[in-house]
Design a protein around this ligand. Structure first.
Ligand code: GLN
Length: 492
């Protein structure tokens, strides 16, 4: 089945003319038709536009002289990325019938490399959440167990890859929103170093933390996509003029002698025993591949979640001010502008978004700014310094991606604090601005649910963690397991 291929396999098949880009796209559309009624990863998709793009790719393939690395590869988009002419709702009601007027830089780059960009993938409203239960439209289901959440906020992006509805997707990660759902759905998810990938065309949640990154079935596919979307962009002043390496070329070669740090603060209580056992096994596996294990300390880890929920909410309260009923989407009329704003925002935003805006406004208010926001900025520096110090000794740091496997729908939705704690291992990476990857490292036993391993890397250390992740993946078979929804559990 073509929809089950990796990007690397599909790109080869297309060049050898074993099948066409239209057939590949059609096979993804068929799978969506077959399973998305249950998975609910897609908010919408434009079948005609996707097939027309695929036909364009087939023309380029027929000419035989295209070297575009992603030519004809279907890639799905989280509903927070602008794709010209397509809806962009951030899974919120407030954007109404809004359609994007330009392509995000990442979308432009994927198109330049030949990809077929399609679909709007479900998420927590404005990327605030860890389960997609905060989507204003519906909750996406985990393809491994439809009664469970796929993670979030990029839950649709993760579930679509896990259910073989597209070969890869893009998501955004502010505190774990790529790595956490990737772990819970059993795929690979990557959060690049802050500034590695342009945020132009990404609807902002917390601008100093947001990064765009890929979801794929293998580490090699992540390397391909990361190379495509990375690089300096004059339209995002926080993107950094660091050359983009050939991440694929960097994958191979032994990891012997590389130093991998184990943070003692991360192997904490509250960690599910099966998750812990899988991560310990993965650590042993890396050691047997020649990596050297070194204990490191990240002493300010305990403060990460609290620090994040001050900084992220502060930035969100400012960023979301633009959704006022005047500039975009939905408008609820009022007697005067103030009433119009408050009615529009009251009706348009969901409960979690309102909670964040209120919290963020509070921590920025003049009487509390020093006590909360300024203090949080200082703690953020301490957290970053912990990592910089640890990375003087090691090439990467290994942790579980999440404390537990996927939880049941509804299990944590009434308890925001419990929900916030599901990002305990992913949040520091965003505060420190470093890069991180999650990849499959095992399953729980009953029910069978994926477990993710996280590797954190130095600023612009993408190549190193990809190489370690690739070596681990190639020495295990976890990435070959298929969810029950995809072709009766058949292996690729
Ligand atoms: N779950 C975290 C939050 O709700 C992270 C979200 C994200 O990375 N976008 O803020």
């Amino acid at each position: 089945m073509l929809n089950q291929l990796t990007i690397t396999e599909a790109a080869q098949g297309l060049r050898k003319k074993e099948f066409s880009a239209r057939e590949l796209m059609q096979s993804c559309l068929d799978q969506i038709e077959k399973v998305d009624g249950q998975v609910k990863a897609f908010l919408s998709y434009d079948r005609e536009d996707a097939l027309a793009q695929a036909d364009g790719a087939d023309k380029a393939l027929a000419s035989g002289n295209s070297t575009q690395p992603l030519l004809g590869i279907p890639i799905g988009m989280k509903d927070v990325l602008s794709v010209k002419g397509q809806p962009c709702n951030c899974s919120s009601k407030i954007l109404g019938a809004f359609r994007s007027v330009y392509d995000a830089t990442t979308v432009q780059k994927l198109r330049a490399d030949g990809a077929v960009v399609f679909g709007r993938l479900n998420m927590d409203e404005f990327a605030m959440g860890s389960s997609t239960e905060n989507s204003a439209f519906f909750t996406t289901r985990n393809p491994w167990d439809l009664e469970r959440i796929p993670g979030g906020s990029s839950g649709g992006s993760a579930a679509a890859v896990a259910a073989d509805e597209c070969l890869a997707t893009l998501g955004s990660d502010t505190g774990g929103s790529i790595r956490q759902p990737a772990a819970l759905c059993g795929c690979v998810g990557f959060k690049p170093t802050y500034g590695r990938v342009s945020r132009y065309g990404l609807v902002a949640f917390a601008s100093s933390l947001d990064q765009i990154g890929p979801f794929t079935k293998t580490v090699a596919d992540t390397a391909l996509l990361l190379r495509s979307i990375s690089g300096l962009d004059p339209l995002d002043s926080t993107s950094i003029p660091e050359p983009v390496p050939d991440y694929t070329a960097a994958l191979n070669g032994p990891i012997k002698g590389l130093k991998i740090g184990i943070a003692k603060e991360y192997m904490v209580g509250g960690l599910d025993p099966e998750v812990n056992a899988s991560v310990q096994k993965a650590i042993q596996q890396l050691e047997s591949l020649g990596a050297e294990l070194v204990e490191v300390s990240l002493p300010h880890s305990d403060y990460a979640v609290a620090t994040y929920y001050i900084i992220a909410t502060a930035e969100a309260s400012a960023n979301l001010a633009r959704f006022d009923g005047i500039r975009y989407g939905t408008r609820v009329d009022g007697a005067d502008p103030i009433e119009l704003y408050s009615k529009t925002r009251g009706a348009g935003f969901g409960a979690e978004v309102k909670r964040r805006i209120i919290l963020g406004t509070y921590v920025l208010s003049s009487g509390y700014y020093d006590a909360y926001y300024l203090k949080a900025q200082k703690v953020r520096t301490l957290i970053r310094n912990d990592f910089i110090k640890a990375f003087e000794k090691v090439d990467a740091i290994i942790t579980p991606t999440t404390p537990t496997a996927a939880f049941k729908i509804g299990e944590k939705s009434d308890d925001p604090l419990q929900m916030y704690l599901s990002d305990i291992f992913t949040i520091s990476c965003n505060l420190a601005g470093i890069c991180g990857i999650s990849l499959p490292c095992g399953f729980t036993s009953a029910p069978k649910l994926p477990i993710g391993l996280q590797l954190l890397g130095k600023p612009f250390g993408e190549s190193t963690i990809l190489k370690i992740a690739h070596a681990y993946e190639q020495s295990t078979k976890w990435h070959l397991e298929k969810s029950p929804l995809t072709s009766s559990g058949a292996k690729r």
